[in-house]
Design a protein around this ligand. Structure first.
Ligand SMILES: [Zn+2]
Ligand SMILES: [Zn+2]
Length: 228
């Protein structure tokens, strides 16, 4: 995660108050401590009772709701914006971390390769598959979309032969572009219902924000993906 100094610099660029930014950064990155020292001891207790206590950089939807609610009660709309900006900046940073980005891309390419609407049927005891139902055939969730089941019938999206090829290809073709980051960020922003004001701010200043995060990483001795 970027340093709080970096989060604050970007937040001030957006015109948010330092107080709202500090509370957002500290609450999101160290919820236990912040809640107990800012008069939210009971809320922390209630969240624990319901098994939904906040964790560090908790961006599950329920966690985000709590964070927005708490910050809004102190800072009004600025509190919500500061929280959403924190999440968004954390998302961007993940893509600038070469190892993390590579891991995410591998995961996504695997998901993209899953044929979601493919169904087929496999013979009860022979290694045969059929795209349509036949006597003695059982439904399978999917058949290999690469070799179309030529290698062997399977009860998984890919037969082992094709899966190995795909894994190798996915690893070899990892290339992070600014466009990819924007697409992934857009997806995350929609999923997590990030405030429009934050989205607009990021859209207008993405290049500058990326540069600030990269500089922050450099100061912490971390390499970043910079070849866009
Ligand atoms: Zn964070
Ligand atoms: Zn195959």
């Amino acid at each position: 995660m970027p340093s709080h100094r970096c989060h604050e610099r970007i937040g001030r660029m957006m015109g948010l108050s330092v107080e709202a930014l500090r509370d957002a950064n500290q609450l999101i990155d160290g919820p236990e401590r912040w809640l107990n020292t800012h008069g939210f001891y009971e809320i922390n207790l209630i969240m624990k009772l319901f098994g939904s206590s906040l964790k560090h950089d908790d961006d599950r939807k329920l966690g985000m709701k709590w964070v927005r609610f708490i910050l809004q009660s102190i800072h009004g709309q600025q509190g919500i914006l500061a929280a959403d900006l924190h999440y968004a900046i954390d998302y961007i940073e993940r893509w600038l971390d070469p190892e993390m980005a590579k891991w995410i891309i591998e995961k996504i390419s695997m998901n993209d390769l899953l044929p979601p609407n493919r169904h087929g049927f496999v013979h009860k005891y022979r290694r045969e598959w059929s795209p349509a139902y036949r006597d003695n055939f059982l439904p399978i969730t999917a058949y290999c979309s690469t070799c179309k089941g030529r290698m062997k019938p399977i009860n998984a999206p890919f037969c082992n032969e094709c899966r190995i090829d795909l894994l190798e290809n996915a690893k070899g073709s990892v290339k992070i572009t600014l466009e990819l980051i924007i697409n992934m960020l857009a997806k995350k922003i929609v999923e997590r219902e990030i405030c429009q004001e934050v989205v607009d701010f990021i859209r207008r200043n993405l290049q500058a924000i990326i540069e600030m995060i990269i500089e922050d990483r450099r100061q912490r001795g971390l390499n970043s993906i910079i070849a866009f």
